[in-house]
Design a protein around this ligand. Structure first.
Ligand code: DX5
Ligand code: ZN
Length: 218
C-alpha cells in the first residue's frame, strides 16, 4: 500500500496559512492534517470551523480534521460544512464514540477514531463497521515537535491485526520523522502525519525535500 504523507498545518506559519497550504501541496503532500484543540481536552488552543472554511479554497487535497475537543459532537457538523473530508474523534471525546462515528458518516465524511498513547485498542473491534481510519497518537496530543513514543509501535501492529484487509487507514500522529517512518509503515501504518519534519526550513523547496526524505526512508 502506498504510504500517504499528511503535513500538519500546526507547524506552518499561521499568518500565511493559504500560501503554506499551496506550498505543501506543490511539494507533494497527500492530505492536509488539521489539528483542532479546545484548551480543555488538550492544553492548547488552535482554530475553529471558520478558519478551516477559510483554508478550503487554498488546497485541493483532502482535509484530515483531528478533533481534540470534548465534547466533540456539537462541532462535527460545523467542521463537515467547513470542508473536512476526514473527521477523527478521540475515544475519550464524548460518552458515545460509536454514535459520533455514525454522525460523521451520516454527513458523508470519512470517520476516524483516535487512540491516545495511553489508550488501549480495546473496543476497536466493535467500531470496525463505522470507521474509515484509526489515528494512533505517538505523542500525547496538544503540541507539535514532541518526542515520538516508541512503545506505541506495538499498538500499531495490534490495530493492523484487527483491521486486517478492511479498507481502513492506519494513521500515525506525533514525532514522525525519517528515523521512524519505515518501521511505522512496516507495522501497518499507511498515513503519516508530519508537522515539524515537513515544515522545517520554511520554504516550498524545504517542504519538497522534507517530504521526499520521508518517502525515501520508508
Ligand atoms: C499533536 C498533533 C499533531 C502535531 C504533530 O497534538 O495532533 O498533529 O501537529 O506534530 P509533529 O509532527 O511536529 O510531532
Ligand atoms: Zn493531529
Amino acid at each position: 500500500m502506498t504510504v500517504k504523507i499528511a503535513p500538519s498545518v500546526l507547524s506552518s506559519d499561521f499568518a500565511r496559512l493559504g500560501e503554506e497550504l499551496a506550498a505543501v501541496e506543490a511539494a507533494g503532500g497527500d492530505w492536509i492534517h488539521i489539528d483542532i484543540m479546545d484548551g480543555h481536552f488538550v492544553p492548547n488552543i488552535t482554530f475553529g470551523p471558520a478558519v478551516v472554511k477559510a483554508m478550503r479554497p487554498h488546497s485541493s487535497l483532502p482535509f484530515d480534521v483531528h478533533l481534540m475537543i470534548e465534547p466533540a459532537d456539537p462541532f462535527i457538523a460545523a467542521f463537515a460544512e467547513a470542508g473536512a473530508d476526514v473527521i477523527s474523534v478521540h475515544k475519550e471525546g464524548g460518552p458515545h464514540v460509536h454514535r459520533s462515528l455514525q454522525v460523521i458518516r451520516s454527513l458523508g465524511k470519512k470517520a476516524g477514531v483516535v487512540l491516545n498513547p495511553g489508550t488501549d485498542v480495546g473496543g476497536l473491534e466493535y467500531m470496525l463497521d463505522e470507521i474509515d481510519l484509526v489515528l494512533v497518537m505517538t505523542v500525547n496530543p496538544g503540541f507539535g515537535g514532541q518526542a515520538f513514543i516508541p512503545a506505541v509501535v506495538e499498538k500499531v501492529k495490534k490495530v493492523k491485526a484487527l483491521t486486517g484487509d478492511r479498507p481502513i487507514h492506519i494513521e500515525i500522529d506525533g514525532g514522525v520523522s525519517t528515523a521512524n517512518a519505515g518501521l511505522l509503515a512496516r507495522a501497518g501504518a499507511d498515513v503519516l502525519v508530519a508537522g515539524t519534519s515537513v515544515f522545517k526550513g520554511g520554504t516550498e523547496a524545504d517542504y519538497r525535500r522534507n517530504i521526499q526524505a520521508l518517502r525515501d526512508s520508508l
